[in-house]
Design a protein around this ligand. Structure first.
Ligand SMILES: [Zn+2]
Length: 283
């Protein structure tokens, strides 16, 4: 897509349309600004084309879906494995430039694969874009199909989704802000960043008792992958922030179920390794 705005990034998301329900968004949403055309992000091959209503469509909410397979110039490390290919998944398309007969054909970066739309379960014209190291074997799929031995691929009850920004060019401005406060008897950390840059990856709390607690999206460290929409991770609650629609920022609040005095430091980091550290207490 050429002219677009991001309406949701990869990670925790507040669904205002669903009475502020929280979910964990496994892709990015791009809303077209003046052109609905959807382009292949990389050279690759057509892996699958699913039409809305196809009972074999493994993405029943995705409407018309295209999946491309790309060989990576350098292997991508996830779950202790080096992945040499990644799949890009395009959902909610209104028009397809490819058909199921095109499976196996080559695509070149920039080829039009269709137009964004609102097929599947969405009302808004947008492209839901995912990148995955596998097209199946998500944690819920593994639970439904225990006989498929998916765990041999990348481990039991893990998700193949990766933040698309790992594979795309974008302006990395490191424009994060971290706000620290007490919230009742807990400690609250609000992280915000630019809506042009959804590359947030990890939140780490260094506790006074020596423990190091982490939540990371790449590989979903610290997150129950069978239930990624659960915002209560035991020691921390993820609270996606409601911010003004016209704001050019996203924000997420991490409520650590410990007082500020029990936390020596916190760090937030992005997928490129940029890290913002804040020392809180000398314990
Ligand atoms: Zn989406």
């Amino acid at each position: 897509m050429k002219g677009f705005r991001f309406s949701s990034g990869f990670g925790p998301r507040l669904k205002i349309s669903e009475k502020d329900r929280y979910d964990f968004h496994l892709g990015m949403d791009l809303v077209p600004l003046y052109d609905d055309k959807v382009y292949a992000v990389y050279n690759g091959t057509v892996y699958a084309v699913y039409l809305e209503g196809d009972p074999k469509n493994p993405y029943p909410n995705g409407g018309n879906v295209v999946v491309l397979k790309h060989t990576l110039p350098t292997p991508f490390s996830l779950y202790g494995k080096n992945w040499t290919a990644v799949y890009s998944v395009y959902m909610h398309l209104s028009e397809l430039s490819l058909s199921p007969r095109d499976v196996g054909k080559k695509v070149v970066k920039g080829d039009v694969i269709g137009k964004s739309g609102s097929s599947g379960t969405t009302l808004l014209n947008h492209l839901h874009f995912e990148t995955r190291v596998a097209t199946t074997c998500s944690a819920p799929y593994q639970q439904r199909h225990p006989q498929k031995r998916c765990s041999a691929i990348f481990g039991a009850f893990r998700n193949p989704h990766v933040n698309p920004l790992y594979f795309l060019d974008y302006l990395d401005t490191n424009s994060y802000a971290l706000n620290i406060s007490s919230c009742g008897s807990d400690a609250c950390f609000s992280v915000s960043g630019s809506k042009r840059e959804w590359d947030f990856d990890c939140f780490t709390a260094f506790m006074c008792n020596g423990e190091q607690k982490r939540v990371c999206y790449k590989g979903f460290e610290g997150i129950d992958q069978l239930n990624v929409d659960n915002n209560d991770l035991g020691w921390v609650v993820i609270e996606p922030y409601r911010i003004a629609k016209q704001s050019n920022k996203w924000a997420v609040r991490w409520r650590v179920k410990s007082p500020l005095s029990a936390i020596r430091a916190v760090a937030v980091s992005d997928i490129n390794g940029f890290s913002l550290n804040e020392t809180l207490s000398s314990c």
